[in-house]
Design a protein around this ligand. Structure first.
Ligand SMILES: [Zn+2]
Length: 590
């Protein structure tokens, strides 16, 4: 096949000069580094390692080895680590673990934002042993509870006895307190494992010791401890003065008044370039936002958001239907051929979902229907058929708790998610239901439009509800919900006060949602779309971002090979909500 060579400036990975797309696509450096004859031998090599070794040899013999040296060294290091990992676990590291390893090797602070079960703890343990035994690094691991410290202790025991490196570790979880504190004080360790609480209570013992790598597991609980962030920075080599300068800069920057030529800022840059240790944060939720995170971002050059967007590898598209949705869907499915989930908006109802299902079946599309009434055995057989490729698509309601939204993990099968409308939360405000979530959401929405005193009162109730919500089991919520809807349920203790708070909000909302001026304000809110039906019911629609992320996230999953790429297509049924979804997604992926 003929092709037109494309020359790209500054993209040669070795010398940074102009290079052809042909060379790049074959992982070769530019003509300036190796001429057309010199690359002939390389072009025939299939094995990656052999290729790298030969390229390294050719470039160094010719005296042209430049940036490729770093790439080459990193490859070698990754191979070495992979071997080490295999020795410890008898399996290869996952691609995401290698990505984390590369960052550590390059001395970068970063965050591991990934759901539980993708090997964060394993990574912390194996890489700790690796860096302390191979590079004599001092390592600190901070865990949320003592129980976890004990569990890590046992895992370290296991790995160290199988790898037999010449290193010492100490885990502080409550036994032999005195003796262990003594050992910590004398620095008789390469790896130290402690709980958040230990950091808070015994900082004096740690002060003055410098760690090269600090792992913080479960950042969300770590941030709750006051001054923990400052302490952590001191332990990786910053002084209290450094931290004060950083805080001052952040403060001025947040007020939009930072002068980049000021002495303060120059001092800050010096501090930033200090040869300090690195911090690795780990979180399952990805909710690393807020003021407390800023110090990390500024001082340690963090890009905290990248973790979550890396894990969510989905292209989000929207489509404005031009004719009947059923026909449009059928055409789309013909194009996509296989491997998709179809979500019918919840508010359109089960009958509408069945109508679409029947239409697709009558047009010879191999599609399986799964919803709340589908029996478990039937679900199993449908999923199995889908897995084996006997069924090409699955259809369901956009339900935050539905099987297709959260319970399905088949990265090799699911390539697309199609939403026949923007996932939304719909609240009937003329006929307000006593639904816990809806009441909290609506209370939040009216806050900007009411008096300061009322705002204060409502905010207090919402804060209390949010806090207490964490204590409630799904059984508790069901009880409260039954009670709110007039069923004969006896509530006691905090369940009763929770229900009463909801009822208070409900009564306040009843008053406000009757006011025209509040309704007018809500109409102007960019995140709210208002709809009136033939019975004069007024509905507030807002984007259900959580469900959208959950459902579209089914197309992009972490598995042992890495992160699969997914595609999400949203049929637009509300222009205002499309804008709101777009904004919310941008913010989420920031
Ligand atoms: Zn070059």
């Amino acid at each position: 096949m003929d092709y037109i060579a494309l020359y790209i400036k500054n993209l040669c990975f070795n010398c940074n000069n102009i290079i052809s797309s042909y060379r790049l696509s074959h992982s070769l450096p530019c003509e300036n580094d190796l001429d057309d004859n010199e690359i002939l031998e390389l072009l025939n090599i299939k094995d990656e390692n052999t290729f790298r070794e030969l390229l390294y040899k050719k470039l160094s013999e010719k005296g042209k080895l430049k940036d490729y040296l770093n790439i080459y060294n990193l490859y070698k290091e990754v191979n070495k680590f992979s071997e080490f990992f295999k020795k410890a676990l008898s399996s290869n590291p996952w691609r995401v673990q290698i990505m984390w390893f590369e960052r550590l090797y390059k001395n970068n602070s970063f965050s591991m934002i990934a759901p539980t079960g993708v090997g964060k703890s394993t990574f912390i343990i194996v890489s700790s042993i690796y860096f302390s035994s191979e590079y004599n690094k001092k390592i600190l691991i901070i865990l949320p509870t003592r129980l976890l410290v004990k569990q890590f202790n046992d895992l370290f025991d296991k790995f160290i006895s199988s790898l037999n490196p010449n290193i010492k570790f100490i885990a502080y979880y409550g036994s032999n307190k005195k003796e262990i504190k003594e050992k910590i004080n004398n620095e008789e360790f390469n790896i130290l494992i402690i709980s958040n609480q230990f950091l808070t209570k015994n900082f004096d013992i740690l002060k003055g010791k410098k760690f090269d790598i600090a792992f913080v597991d479960d950042v969300d609980s770590f941030f709750k401890g006051s001054k923990n962030i400052e302490k952590l920075f001191i332990l990786i080599g910053y002084s209290e003065d450094d931290i004060n300068v950083a805080k001052k800069v952040i403060d001025i920057k947040l007020r939009g008044k930072l002068d980049f030529n000021s002495d303060l800022y120059k001092k800050f840059l010096q501090i930033k370039n200090k040869n300090s240790g690195v911090i690795v944060l780990s979180s399952a939720t990805g909710s690393l936002r807020g003021k407390r995170v800023i110090l990390y971002k500024e001082l340690a050059n963090f890009t905290i958001g990248t973790g979550s967007s890396k894990i969510r590898n989905v292209t989000d598209l929207y489509y404005i239907p031009k004719k009947d949705i059923k026909e449009e869907l059928l055409n789309l499915l013909k194009e996509l051929e296989d491997g998709g989930l179809i979500f019918v908006p919840k508010e359109r109802g089960i009958e509408y979902m069945k109508e679409i299902y029947n239409y697709l079946i009558s047009n010879n599309v191999k599609v399986g229907l799964i919803y709340s009434k589908t029996k478990t055995r039937e679900i199993e057989s449908i999923l199995n058929d889908f897995y084996e490729g006997k069924i090409n698509f699955l259809i369901s309601i956009t339900d935050p708790y539905g099987i297709l939204t959260r319970g399905i993990n088949m990265p090799e099968r699911i390539k697309y998610a199609i939403f026949l409308g923007i996932p939304k939360i719909k609240i009937n405000i003329r006929n307000l239901e006593k639904n816990i979530m809806n009441i909290i959401i609506l209370s939040n929405l009216i806050l900007p439009y009411i008096s300061e005193i009322e705002k204060d009162r409502i905010t207090k109730i919402i804060t209390r509800l949010r806090k207490n919500m964490k204590k409630l089991s799904s059984g508790d919520l069901k009880l409260i919900s039954d009670f709110l809807n007039g069923n004969k349920v006896e509530l006691v203790g905090y369940l009763k006060s929770f229900a009463n708070d909801i009822l208070t909000l409900y009564n306040i909302l009843k008053i406000y949602t009757d006011k025209t001026e509040i309704l007018d304000k809500l109409k102007e809110n960019p995140d709210v779309s208002i709809e009136v039906d033939e019975n004069k019911n007024i509905y507030l629609n807002i984007v259900d971002l959580k469900t959208y992320l959950q459902a579209s996230g089914r197309t992009s999953r972490l598995y042992s090979g890495g992160i699969s790429k997914g595609l999400s297509i949203v049929f637009v049924d509300d222009q205002k909500l499309l804008k709101s979804l777009d904004m919310k997604l941008r913010y989420y992926l920031l």
